[in-house]
Design a protein around this ligand. Sequence first.
Ligand code: GLA
Length: 393
Amino acid sequence: MLQINPDLTDLVSDAASGLFTRLQSKATITAAAPGRVNLIGEHIDYCDGFVMPFAIDRYIVIAGCANGGTQARIADQTFPDTAQLDLTQLQEEGVPKWSNYLRGVIRGFQDRGHHIPGFDAFILSSVPGGAGLSSSAALECAMATFLEGLLDTRLETREKALLCQKAEHDFAHVPCGIMDQFASAFGKANRLVLIDCKSGEPELVPFDNPDLTVVISNTMVHHELSDGGYAARRKHTEDGLAILGKASWRDVTSADVQAHWAALGDPVNRRSRHVVGEISRTIAAAAALARNDFETLGPLMAASHDSLRDDFEVSCKELDIMVEIARKIGRNGGVIGTRMTGGGFGGSTVTLCESRKASEIAVTLAGEYEKATGIRPQIFASRPSQGAHLVKS
Ligand code: GLA
């Protein structure tokens, strides 16, 4: 029942074939960038919090080559149309809609003074879209890495991630934090990317215990983050901080939130309680993980989910059902901790479990979820993997 993740080597060769079939070009540059899953620290990357994602072993691959002209011709496995971009112009939003992430990244390079020569490219993905696993950050980071190859230049990893975040802000209109692009850009095999979102410092934390498996359960329920719910949550946190009169959420205690409960008003008071609680839970979770203290880690993940459901209100019925099923399996059944992951309003849960029970857990999650909702979920294990990189052709 646990799906096998497609091998990156196969994706790379399929992308080269796709480029040839769709655009009759031969790949000379191939870039790959992963999606991410977040273990804990949700909706606090834009609140100076800590987050603990890792780059998953599912990638967006872009295979391409220079075409000697001034146009980009870009095809994507998922869409029948080919995007044509005039590279003599500064990129603006355009059609097809899916090309906007790419336009945003190209614009980031143009704003840094790069002249982009014409190129052909084909895009292939093993990151499920709309599943809360950052397929958009993977696409942005893959494009930025492809352009590094095309221009024979390298951006600093942090700068590359920030360029991609700006593309998401300006061209997809999601006012996201830095977690997804940092995880996709900085990810390493066997490492979590623990990010201090105040300093912008990522720390690569070992996560290589073979007895632990991370199971991702895609509920197959999908809401766009660009439809306003995400931006509204971010605004609530900004309003909360202003009412509390602090410069950073790192300076706010839960006593501060309690003392200003009425002044904050609903729902800003509950949003604020989530932020302060989630920051301290994430710090505690990083410490618990470092000492293999799973009895502490599990309840922290549970409290994170409950807070996202009740106070931050970004969960949904299906995510709650998936979490409840994993909770019922419980510690004796091999589940260490479980919660929704990513922006929410649909998407996936993350379940940390004992490796020897992972397959059995996946069977129960899939069966019980389908029984309860009538929806067949997608369930796969994932391990921390290499971040955005150029693949040798
Ligand atoms: C989305 C955003 C991230 C982060 C998460 C919630 O994935 O892109 O920046 O805010 O939601 O933790």
